[in-house]
Design a protein around this ligand. Structure first.
Ligand code: AKG
Length: 317
């Protein structure tokens, strides 16, 4: 199938598009993990987590989405087939988002000992996950723009890693994450984009065309067909985005991204603390344009009223 991102075709020729290389054989060697992270800017692990742990999180999250009508529960909610979203405009999305992010089964994935151990090896000490976690429900037709995480996470320490974790099977044509090989070394990114603060500087996604972006900042796009238990860890300078979800069966993509830093370093107040600020204002993390015409902060954040209900910019389409 022709893969797309941001509605643009991805060139799948071998010199333009490749597979993520698993690093499971380095797991018992912290020094080798650090060297591999320095060299390639990412570490990809197959089956790092027990499949049952991940599928329990998937079930927990999808049941909550089913309450909003986002998932069709006439079959198994675990199939994640898109629903009619009927309840989204009337629901308290602030409470919904809190509930998903703080679910016990979901947190058992983001804070799994196996995930923390990889970050401890990378950071050389005790680590913590950010208080904010980013569970993503990506409907057919949706994806994610190109960016690096640094400018969004850099107000505490710069020594942070992200882990992207599929909550279930995510085949490449159903919205898998992709990284731009060698982009973590891009001088152009280091001289400009990576010096920004996403909120202060009102950062937007980089160019939507994957061919333009790869010519400017790196070499091949890398992705794979992800399986439950896989974990993709990468640094703040790695340019990434997502393939569009082109499911032909209405299947939504469920994944999580979370950040990790050492416990003894300052934390970014946007994402840490009892009442973290996020991107300011009265907004909730609810990715996707849906039919709500509300594309605040790169489609991911939605303005809500005092009852946590969506503030629509125009009538739903
Ligand atoms: O899952 C996605 O679509 C985007 C995730 C992402 O940008 C990240 O992990 O930093």
């Amino acid at each position: 199938m022709q893969l797309t991102t941001n509605d643009h075709p991805v060139d799948q020729a071998p010199e333009r598009f490749g597979e993520l290389e698993p690093a499971n054989d380095l797991l018992s060697d912290p020094r080798a993990l650090r060297a591999a992270m320095d060299e390639q800017g990412y570490l990809f692990f197959r089956a790092l987590l027990a499949e049952d742990t991940v599928l329990a999180a998937r079930h927990e999250v999808l049941l909550k989405y089913a309450i909003l009508g986002e998932v069709d529960d006439r079959g198994s909610v675990d199939e994640a087939i898109a629903g009619d979203r009927r309840a989204v405009p009337v629901a308290n999305l602030r409470a919904f988002s809190d509930s998903v992010r703080n679910g016990a089964a979901y947190m058992a994935v983001t804070d799994a000992p196996e995930v923390l151990a990889v970050h401890e090896a990378l950071l050389g000490g005790d680590v913590r996950s950010f208080d904010m976690r980013w569970p993503r429900f990506v409907r057919p037709g949706e994806g994610c723009g190109f960016h690096c995480d640094g400018p969004y996470m850099n107000r505490g320490t710069s020594r942070i890693f992200s882990s992207w974790i599929p909550l279930g099977r995510v085949d490449r044509h159903e919205g898998a994450l992709m990284l731009l090989e060698n982009s973590h070394r891009s001088e152009r990114l280091h001289q400009g984009y990576l010096r920004a603060d996403a909120d202060r500087d009102g950062l937007q996604w980089l160019d939507a065309d994957p061919v333009v972006v790869q010519e400017q900042y790196g070499s091949r796009w890398l992705s794979t067909d992800f399986r439950p238990g896989d974990v993709l860890c990468f640094g703040m300078h790695m340019l990434h985005g997502a393939l569009d979800n082109r499911s032909t069966t209405g299947r939504c993509r469920l994944s999580s991204d979370s950040r990790y830093q050492r416990v003894d370093e300052p934390a970014d107040p946007r994402w840490n603390g009892a009442d973290f600020e996020g991107h300011g204002g009265s907004r909730v993390f609810y990715p996707g344009l849906g039919q709500w015409n509300n594309d605040d902060f790169q489609d991911e954040w939605k303005d809500v009223d005092e009852f946590g209900r969506l503030l629509l910019r125009s009538e739903p389409t």
